[in-house]
Design a protein around this ligand. Structure first.
Ligand SMILES: O=C(O)CCC(=O)C(=O)O
Length: 272
């Protein structure tokens, strides 16, 4: 996985690496130790044994006990808005997905010791690409309908089950099957707390087994172009007034800059 140092960060390089290279990059040390500590404390509390046991509806934590998720992080703690609105993220996503990009999902995933790993897959909106008939004719991999971001909160190591991926596999444009023998040929997205990993979600990938003795937390972000319907409904249930008071870039991430469907007449968007 290519490393791009933040001081020399160039969105064009990032775009080229994601679309024409291996499909993933790491930007080391993008976030501060304090930000990561706040995110970690929040996710650990929300995914503790006490929070999960017997209350699978509690705060949106999945009932799959070894992969614990906290959904829609936007309103949960100000640190999550700080992280997702980092200028490097905003600039990169503008370059990769267009100026009006949106966020389709923003969750925490904590895999616990003993977690067995995921099946290799590709991400929304390609995630049901095994239903090829439901996608347009001649859809192809040369332009992106997705970018995945991982904020590394706990060390992503071989032992803790850092995300595995097959470099260059996006070009194949198919859902990985057993014939692809993913586990015979993969790399892992290794990273330290505070790193940001960006990858093209059409690249075959999966979380690996957690063979360490500690949880492995990553914040998983799905970025989409403006016209793709988000997978996660992040508007229902927001605290009263939260969206109105949100920063313009957060409002954009939550689809507020894209007015359709609307009642006719439809006014085209114009730049100020
Ligand atoms: O947590 C990881 O390493 C990858 C997660 C992932 O691919 C997913 O949840 O779809």
């Amino acid at each position: 996985m290519r490393t791009l140092v933040v001081d020399e960060f160039d969105p064009d390089l990032m775009v080229a690496e994601l679309l024409d290279g291996g499909g993933a990059i790491r930007i080391p040390g993008l976030f501060t130790a304090d930000q990561i500590a706040r995110a970690k404390a929040f996710v650990e509390a929300e995914t503790s044994d006490a929070a999960v046991t017997g209350s699978h509806f509690n705060h949106g934590v999945d009932d799959a006990l070894l992969q614990r998720r906290v959904w829609n992080l936007f309103p949960r703690d100000p640190v999550f808005v700080e992280l997702i609105t980092h200028p490097v993220i905003v600039e990169s996503m503008r370059a990769f997905l267009g100026s009006d990009f949106i966020v389709g999902s923003f969750c925490a995933s904590r895999t616990m010791p003993g977690f067995g790993g995921q099946e290799p897959h590709i991400d929304y909106p390609y995630w049901d690409f095994h239903r090829r008939h439901s996608f347009p004719a001649r859809i192809n991999a040369t332009f992106p309908l997705n970018c995945q971001g991982t904020v590394v909160v706990d060390p992503f190591t071989v032992e803790s089950g850092a995300t595995a991926y097959r470099p260059g596999s996006a070009a194949a444009m198919h859902y990985p099957t057993p014939d692809d023998r993913f586990f015979d040929d993969y790399e892992q997205m290794l990273g330290d707390p505070g790193d940001l990993i960006l990858f093209y979600g059409l690249t075959w990938h999966c979380a690996m087994p957690n063979r360490s003795d500690a949880g492995r937390i990553g914040l998983l972000i799905e970025f989409l172009p403006k016209f793709v319907t988000p997978i996660e409904d992040m508007l229902t249930g927001l605290p009263e007034g939260w969206l109105d008071a949100a920063d313009p870039v957060v409002r954009q991430m939550l689809g507020q800059s894209y007015p359709w469907p609307s009642q006719p007449p439809h006014a085209p968007l114009v730049d100020a």
